[in-house]
Ligand binder design. Structure first.
Ligand code: AMP
Length: 131
């Protein structure tokens, strides 16, 4: 079971943003910037491009709705999208609020916000979310 499956199962806490039958979104615990969000399929698959076409399409539409909520909650120019997947073997899309191109450089040191601030960020995004 991956760490992300444990999050879906409620065995590991997370700052949840949204979920439906197939997908789940939550804040990255070590964000590149405030509002950095991850979108994952509930079905465990390591590599995103092994997901079947229709599911991948639905995952991107789910990510789009989450991205709109992040965009409305966190001051930014656009939401950047990235797939890395070298750390956690459970497919995930990174949604990253961008002010500059440098905001999406993954080799930069990650940030850590206090629990209260993460809760506030998540609540602000949740308030903007529309399925
Ligand atoms: P990568 O697999 O390289 O795309 O990176 C995995 C991402 O998952 C990193 O940005 C981590 O900060 C994030 N991450 C790892 N564990 C957790 C967790 N328990 N909750 C939220 N985000 C996590």
């Amino acid at each position: 079971m991956t760490v992300f499956s444990k999050i879906i199962a409620g065995e590991i806490p997370c700052y949840k943003i949204a979920e439906n039958k197939e997908f789940f979104a939550f804040l990255d615990i070590n964000p590149l910037v405030k509002g950095h969000t991850l979108v994952i399929p509930k079905q465990e698959t390591d590599y995103i491009f092994n997901i079947d076409d229709l599911s991948l399409g639905r995952m991107m539409i789910f990510a789009k709705n989450v991205a709109k909520a992040v965009e409305n909650a966190v001051p930014c120019k656009k939401i950047g999208v990235a797939v890395i997947g070298l750390e956690v073997p459970h497919a995930h899309i990174h949604l990253i609020p961008l002010q500059t191109e440098a905001d999406i450089i993954f080799s930069k040191p990650k940030l850590k916000f206090p629990d209260e601030e993460m809760k506030e960020i998540a609540a602000a995004i949740v308030a903007q979310y529309q399925a």
